[in-house]
Design a protein around this ligand. Structure first.
Ligand SMILES: [Zn+2]
Length: 238
């Protein structure tokens, strides 16, 4: 059994439930690789080899060692080599169109890890919000964006089938971290070279809910605008 563990849902983030509802300590029991965000959408989290990094909106990357820190949303798993990937060139066009076709991902969850050189990468980092929290869409309209050239690093992320778009982001959701751990973020666009890594397909999706959180329990999601809002705030170029 290969399990992808997710805490919180993208829909409730969209509905501005940004309080932390799982500790890193608890989250890391379910995986050593993944992505997420901290309380109030404080940055973009990358978890790699059990180490936790937070890119904050100034562009700085913090290594997080306080396991009491909480997250409103995160996805993690324990990586195992399944399908080795080698791409002379990589970008969203290839990742969005070729990989789902080649590995028949349309109805499954998958993870990817790609390490290599990046002649170009365009990232965003959400800025920390305070209560009353705005919606993720409002945050996304005012996000910090960065571009880097000729940087070495690793992409980690997940693929979700379109039918799950709103539980998490449909399609690929990718974060980046540089080899020197000085640069990280949520990927909007990239061009990679000599990428090697691993693709994994999950047979189990474990959705964990913050049932103790009153705002989560009472929150309402606007289904009318949800998909368009997700596309506007999480979309990548392809
Ligand atoms: Zn992200």
């Amino acid at each position: 059994m290969k399990t992808l563990f997710e805490h919180g849902t993208l829909a409730t983030l969209m509905a501005a439930n940004l309080d932390g509802t799982i500790t890193l300590e608890e989250l890391l029991k379910h995986g050593s690789q993944g992505l997420g965000t901290f309380v109030g959408l404080d940055g973009e989290v990358v978890i790699l080899d059990g180490e936790v990094y937070q890119a904050v909106s100034s562009g700085k990357v913090n290594k997080i060692t306080d396991m009491k820190q909480k997250l409103p949303f995160a996805s993690v798993h324990f990586p195992e080599t399944q399908y080795r990937i080698q791409l002379d060139e990589g970008n969203f066009e290839i990742v969005n169109k070729e990989l789902p076709k080649k590995y028949e991902l349309q109805n499954v969850f998958a993870a990817i890890n790609l390490k290599g050189e990046f002649p170009f990468i365009h990232t965003r980092i959400a800025a920390k919000q305070v209560k009353p929290y705005p919606s993720l869409l409002e945050v996304a309209q005012d996000q910090a964006e960065f571009t880097y050239e000729n940087i070495k690093g690793t992409i980690v992320g997940y693929y979700a089938p379109e039918i799950f778009n709103s539980v998490t982001a449909g399609g690929w959701h990718l974060h980046f971290i540089s080899d020197d751990r000085q640069v990280a973020g949520h990927i909007l666009e990239f061009r990679g070279e000599n990428l090697t890594g691993n693709l994994e397909v999950f047979d189990t999706f474990e959705q964990h809910f913050p049932v103790e959180d009153q705002e989560f329990r009472r929150g309402t999601v606007n289904l009318e605008t949800l998909k368009a809002d997700i596309a506007a705030s999480e979309g990548n170029d392809d």
